[in-house]
Design a protein around this ligand. Sequence first.
Ligand code: ZN
Ligand code: ZN
Length: 508
Amino acid sequence: MSFFYLTPVKGDLPVHLLEVILLNRVEHLKTILTDKPMIYNEYVVEGSIYDNVGHFTLCVILILCEDREFTEYILKSELELFKRRLTSLSAYELRSFAKKILRSIKKHDKVPKVIESLQILCQHLMLKEVAQHICSVHNSDCTVHSIRLNFTQCLRLVARRQVEITNGVATVPCGRWLQYIISLFRENLINRINNTDVTPLKSDVRIMELLHKIKKDYNLSKVKPNVLLSKDVDSASRFFPPCMLNLHQNLRRRHRLSHTQRFHYSLFLKDIGMPIEESVEFWRAEYRLHPNGHHSCCHNWEKDEKKYVYGIRHMYGLEGSRRNYPSVNCSTIQSIDSACSEGGCPFKSFDYQKMVPLLKNCSEPVLSQIIELKKKRLYTNALLFTIFDPILGIEAKDYSLADIDSTLSLFEDFDTTMISRSFGKKQPDRLAFLTKEYRFISLLSAFVGFKFPATQQSDSHAAERGPEDEPGTGVPPPTDETSIPYGAQPAPYIEAGDGLESNTALIC
Ligand SMILES: [Zn+2]
Ligand SMILES: [Zn+2]
C-alpha cells in the first residue's frame, strides 16, 4: 500500500477500532500544522493498513460533514503529511513507492487523467539511476532527466512558466517532479472528495456517531491561527512593507496619525492577523498619550474612547454597514497625495534621505536596484525586492524578478519543507513571521494586489470544484522580466458611499 492512497483496503474492522484509528490520525494531522515535534504514532505508520483505513475513512467523514473549514484544514494537513513523507524518502524507498503505485494502477482498467501522468512519472522514478539522482545532488532547477506530458496535465507548472512547451507538449524537468507529484496528490484527493457518492452512509448510525466525535474533538482544539498581538507589533514591524513601517514609526514617535493614515494602518494590522480586542489595545496605548510635536489632533482616548472603539469595530465589520474592509494596496497608496501627511509610498513620494532608513534590511546591491526602479517609477517592483531581499540572501546578488516569482510559488504552495531548506538558515525569524498561516499571503495580496488562489473566495469551494478548474491556473504568468503585473489588478478599496469614512471622520 502506498501513501499516495490510490486503492482503499478491503475487509472488516470493529467500529471501536475504527474510532481509535481516526482519532489518532486527526491528532497526528493536528501536530503536523504546528511547530511541535512529531511523535511516533502506530496508527499513522506510512503505508500500513491503519494508515490506509484512516485516510479513506477520514475522506468519507469530510464528504459527510460538509464543513468547508474542517475540510480545508484536513486537506492542508494531509497534504503536508504527504510532502514530508515524500521528501524524506531514500532512493530505495522512492523506487518502491513508485513500484507500489504502478502495481496499484494496473489493477484498474480505466484510469483518470491525473493517474495517467502519475503513471508516466512513476515509470521513471522506479529506475535505479533516476531515483538515486533525485535523492542526491539535485535541486529544483535540475534538468538532467525529464518527462513529456500534454500541457493540460500540468497547468500549474505552465502557469508559473516552470516547463517548456512545444506543440502542446510540456517537458517537465526532474527538478519539478516532486512538486508535481504533490500537486497530483492534491488533485486526486480533491477529486475523490468531490466525486464520491456516500449517500447510503448517511443513514448509518455508526459512521454518523463517529463523525460527531471527530467534529467535536476538532472544534474543541481549534487554534486561532495568524494572531498578531499588540505587544508584538514593534518586533514584527521590521518585516513590514516600508510604507507601513513608516506609519508605525510615526505613530510611536508622535502618538498620533492623521485620519486616513490611521485608517490604512489599522486595516493593515487587521489583515496580518490582529484581532479586534488587540487592535483596541494597540490604539489605546498610543492615543492615551499626549501628541508629541506639531500635530493638529486635540483628541485623546480618555475623552473619545467610544468614538475610537466604534471606528475600530466598524473596520472589523461589526458596526454600520458590517463590511469587512480589506487593506489598501500598493496602487492606492501610490495614488495618495502625501504631500501634507505622514504617509504615502516611500518609493514614490520620499526622497533618498527619507526612504533609505526604512530599508535597513536591504543589502547594498539591492538598494541600488531599488533606486533604479524608483527612477523608472516601478514602485511595486521595488517593494517586492524589499520584501524578498533578506530571505533570498545577500550572497545571491544577481537574482531577478523571475527568482522572486518562483519564491512566491513556494509560499503559495505552503511548501514549508522547500522554504525552510532554501531560506531557513538565513533568516529564521523573518521566515517564521512570513510563513505563519496566511500572514504572508495577506501581506502580499494587500500590498501588491497579487491574489494567491488560496485567498480568493472561490478557493473555499475547493471541494466543490471540478477537475478541469485546477487551482492556480487563474494566476497569469508574468509577461516580461522587467515588470510583474500584479499591481495592475483593481484595488480592493472601499467604494464611495458605504458610510465608513463619514462615520469615523468625526475623529481626526
Ligand atoms: Zn535532477
Ligand atoms: Zn484628533
